[in-house]
Design a protein around this ligand. Structure first.
Ligand code: NCD
Length: 312
C-alpha cells in the first residue's frame, strides 16, 4: 500500500514528534544538497492557486535530490473533460512515485486513496485539511518556544472555511496546547467545541495572554452565503490593528499562513509597526514560517519515502 499524508486527523503526538525531530535534523543541512530522495519522481498537481506551498515543496524535493515536475493543470486534458482519476492514473503510468495535490473540493484525496496506487500528499483540499501547513506551524512554534505543551494559541478569522485551522487544531491539541478560536459567530462553527477547543467572539479579551496569535485569511473564494454583512465591521472587530498590537504581551508570536490581505486581517499601520520593530518583544514569524515550510516539507517527503508509512 502506498504511503500517504492526507490529513492530521489520524495523527498522534508521536507521529508529529517524529516529523519535528526529522525537521530539526534536516535543518542542520540546509546549505547542502542531500541525496535522500535520489531516483524518486514527484509531481505537484495544483487545482487552486498557490505560491508558498507549491514552491516550497519544489525546493524541498530538489534539496533532497528528487526529480520534481509541475503538472500544468491549465493546459492539460483536464480542460477537455478528463477526470481527476484518469489524470492520476496516467501520471502513475509515467513512473511517478508521489503526487502533491491541492484541490478545491474537501475530501478529494480521501476519495482518491482507495482508487489509485500512488503516494499522495495533501497540499490543501477545500476547507478540509492542510496538514503540511499545520506541521510547519508546529515546527515554527517549537523552534521559538522550545515546547508546544501549555502554550495558549489564539487563531482568529475565518474559522469556518479554513483548512489550516482544521489541521492545526488537531496538531496543537495532540501536542498539548490550549487553543482558542476567535471570529464572528457566522464564521465560527460551534462544532469545534467537540475538538476540545474554546471558541470566543472577543479578540481583545483572548489576545492579551496569548503566546501565539495566529491570523487567518478570509476565504472569500469559498464564502457563498453572505456570512459577512460588512467587511469594515469585520476589520474593526477582528483585524489586527495598531491599537490592538499594544495589547499583546512581550514574547507573543504573530503568525499567518499567507497570503496576507493587508487591510483585512491586519491593517497597514499594524504591519508598519511590526516591520519597524517598534514593539519590543513581539515576534512576527510570517517569513520564518515560509522558510520552515521547506524544511518540514522535506521531512514529510523523507518520512513517506523512507518507510514512515501510512498515517492519516
Ligand atoms: C493557506 C491555504 O492555501 O489554505 N495558505 C497556504 O497554504 N500558504 C491559507 C490561505 O490561503 O488562506
Amino acid at each position: 500500500m502506498p504511503a500517504h499524508l492526507l490529513g492530521l486527523r489520524e495523527w498522534n503526538a508521536e507521529n508529529i514528534e517524529e516529523i519535528l525531530a526529522r525537521s530539526f535534523f534536516l535543518s542542520g543541512y540546509r546549505e547542502r544538497k542531500l541525496d535522500n530522495l535520489k531516483g524518486k519522481q514527484v509531481a505537484a498537481l495544483f487545482f487552486e492557486p498557490s505560491t508558498r506551498t507549491r514552491f516550497s515543496f519544489e525546493v524541498a524535493a530538489r534539496w533532497l535530490s528528487a526529480d520534481f515536475y509541475n503538472f500544468p493543470v491549465e493546459t492539460s486534458s483536464v480542460l477537455k473533460g478528463e477526470t481527476l482519476l484518469d489524470t492520476i492514473q496516467t501520471l502513475k503510468s509515467m513512473g511517478l512515485d508521489a503526487l502533491i495535490i491541492r484541490h478545491p473540493v474537501s475530501g478529494t484525496l480521501e476519495w482518491l486513496k482507495d482508487r489509485v496506487d500512488i503516494s499522495m500528499i495533501n497540499a490543501g483540499d477545500g476547507s478540509h485539511e492542510h496538514p503540511t501547513q499545520a506541521l510547519l506551524d508546529l515546527f515554527t512554534i517549537k523552534k521559538q518556544f522550545g515546547c508546544i505543551e501549555g502554550l495558549k494559541v489564539v487563531m482568529v478569522g475565518d474559522i469556518k472555511y479554513s483548512r489550516v485551522v482544521r489541521s492545526s487544531v488537531r496538531g496543537l491539541k495532540e501536542m498539548g496546547a490550549e487553543v482558542v478560536l476567535v471570529g464572528p459567530p457566522t464564521l465560527l462553527p460551534e462544532e469545534f467545541r467537540r475538538a476540545g477547543v474554546e471558541i470566543s467572539w472577543y479578540l481583545e479579551k483572548e489576545m492579551k495572554d496569548a503566546d501565539v496569535l495566529y491570523l487567518l485569511r478570509l476565504q472569500k473564494e469559498r464564502q457563498r452565503d453572505g456570512l459577512l454583512p460588512s467587511l469594515k465591521e469585520y476589520v474593526h472587530l477582528y483585524g489586527l490593528t495598531a491599537e490592538r498590537l499594544s495589547l499583546l504581551a512581550p514574547g507573543t508570536m504573530v503568525m499567518h499562513p499567507g497570503p496576507l490581505n493587508i487591510g483585512v486581517e491586519i491593517t497597514q499601520k499594524a504591519m508598519d509597526r511590526l516591520n519597524e520593530s517598534s514593539l519590543p518583544g513581539i515576534n512576527v514569524s510570517i517569513l520564518r514560517q515560509v522558510e520552515n515550510g521547506i524544511i518540514v516539507r522535506a521531512a514529510v517527503l523523507d518520512y513517506l519515502f523512507k518507510g514512515g508509512g501510512q498515517i492519516g
